[in-house]
Ligand binder design. Structure first.
Ligand SMILES: CC(C)(COP(=O)(O)OP(=O)(O)OC[C@H]1O[C@@H](n2cnc3c(N)ncnc32)[C@H](O)[C@@H]1OP(=O)(O)O)[C@@H](O)C(=O)NCCC(=O)NCCS
Length: 390
């Protein structure tokens, strides 16, 4: 018999571009996460800080300003008190989703009652792959194809595997991401979980309060003119891929007992999850078997899901998912607020954003009961977590 784990609230900073003139070029990664943790607790004043049982925080690059076992660092830096422990997790792009699952599981077995879980990635300070030293055996022993180590190449490989997924369809999906994100921003959807953040730059202090990455003026024409950086004649471009970004955020999970004791209003229940491994050279395929496994475990079909928040690492990987489940490119229930192609994808943080947007959707659609958060993961994995309205 497992206890129930509830999603109570989630907070993130605006996502910045990982550039020398981006929002957070002069801000530490851990300070971004501290901003989110503090805001989360300020918004939930009935939760005593010292009663947080754990802080579970993800980063892909766990060095420099993302090192020093982040969860515990954040507990101290955010002023939770010396008695609050924490730890760091890494499942690359699904880092925060894994942190949330770990936190939820600690609650589900009855070991903990209040847990903060999230992620951070400052891709400006930690460029993808820059601090890695992959074991030479990966390639020498042909354990993986060389293309598996460059995510853009894995997306091109997915195009090879599914020739029906043309550049045109991917650009169409990317345009939709931009349009939906612009509409969600105008409708105030993100106000629910994005907190204004003060940042320093050589021009002085300023407050940022909207995501920096979206390009609302995007058109099919502008997308179709972009070149592919990954392969001559390739189909993956800056317009139909997620960007390189900085961001942080996390969620508060609680047990039924904590909900009652502290008078909290939970939004969702974590129902079940699946992680799978797939061929590393087509890692974008991961959400398909992960979702299939989760559906099989729970006896549900894709039609039983009212909303799906899928990370848009690359349009091709999302279109492959839509095709597999016989959903149209513009399916209302997949990424209703757009996704990482427009908003950006600070690797280990993004899973927390998916959970926040799922909660926002359930808040705004009283007829929706059930939703999925799903992501592909480098080195060939898929992640899927099932949620229900609390
Ligand atoms: C694809 C990628 C290499 C592009 O990086 P970049 O060149 O720094 O991207 P930029 O934002 O500078 O965009 C490149 C160009 O495309 C243009 N562009 C990007 N998006 C556009 C859009 N929606 N509409 C029109 N033009 C667009 C930019 O204006 C820029 O043009 P310019 O060179 O004339 O200034 C990079 O975003 C990437 O690697 N993405 C994948 C990240 C990843 O692998 N994540 C992990 C997933 S598992």
């Amino acid at each position: 018999m497992t206890a129930e784990a509830f999603y109570v609230d989630g907070v993130r900073v605006p996502i910045g571009r990982a550039r020398d003139d981006g929002y957070y070029a002069h801000t530490r990664a851990d300070d971004l996460a501290v901003r989110a943790v503090r805001a989360l607790l300020e918004r939930n004043p009935d939760v005593p800080r010292e009663r947080i049982d754990d802080v579970v925080w993800a980063a892909t690059a766990q060095v420099g300003d993302q090192g020093l076992t982040l969860g515990r660092s954040l507990a101290i830096l955010a002023g939770l008190g010396q008695g609050v422990p924490g730890y760091a997790v890494d499942r690359m792009c699904a880092g925060a989703l894994t942190a949330i699952v770990n936190a939820g599981n600690a609650i589900r077995v009855g070991a903990q009652d209040l847990v903060l879980a999230g992620g951070v990635e400052h891709m400006g300070h930690h460029p993808m792959g820059a601090e890695l030293d992959p074991n030479p055996r990966f390639l020498a022993d042909r354990l993986v194809d060389p293309s598996a180590l460059v995510m853009g190449n894995t997306a091109e490989n997915l195009h090879d595997r599914f020739p029906d997924i043309t550049r045109e369809r991917c650009d169409g999906f990317a345009l939709l991401s931009q349009e939906r994100t612009a509409k969600a921003l105008a409708d105030g959807v993100f106000d629910q979980h994005v907190v204004p953040t003060t940042v320093w730059s050589p021009d002085g202090w300023r407050v940022v309060d909207v995501d920096e990455h979206p390009r609302p003026g995007t058109t099919l024409e502008s997308l179709s003119g972009l070149h592919s950086p990954f392969r001559p004649g390739g189909r993956v471009t800056a317009g139909n891929a997620a960007g390189l970004n900085d961001g942080a955020g996390g969620v508060l999970l609680a047990s039924a007992a904590a909900v009652e004791e502290h008078g909290l209003t939970p939004k969702m229940r974590m129902v079940d999850y699946a992680f799978v491994g797939v061929e590393p050279e087509t890692m974008g395929y991961g959400p398909i078997p992960a979702t299939e496994r989760l559906l099989a475990r729970t006896g549900l079909t894709i039609d039983d899901l009212d909303v799906i928040e899928m990370n848009e690492a690359f349009a091709v990987q999302c279109v492959a998912f839509l095709d597999h489940f016989d959903l149209p490119l513009d399916s209302d229930k997949v990424n209703p607020y757009g996704g990482a192609i427009a908003m950006g994808h600070p690797l280990a943080f993004s899973g927390a954003r998916l959970a926040m947007q799922l909660a926002a959707y359930l808040d705004r659609h009283s007829d929706a009961q059930r939703g999925l958060t799903t992501m592909c993961v480098g080195l060939g994995m898929g992640a899927a977590v099932l949620w229900e309205r609390a």
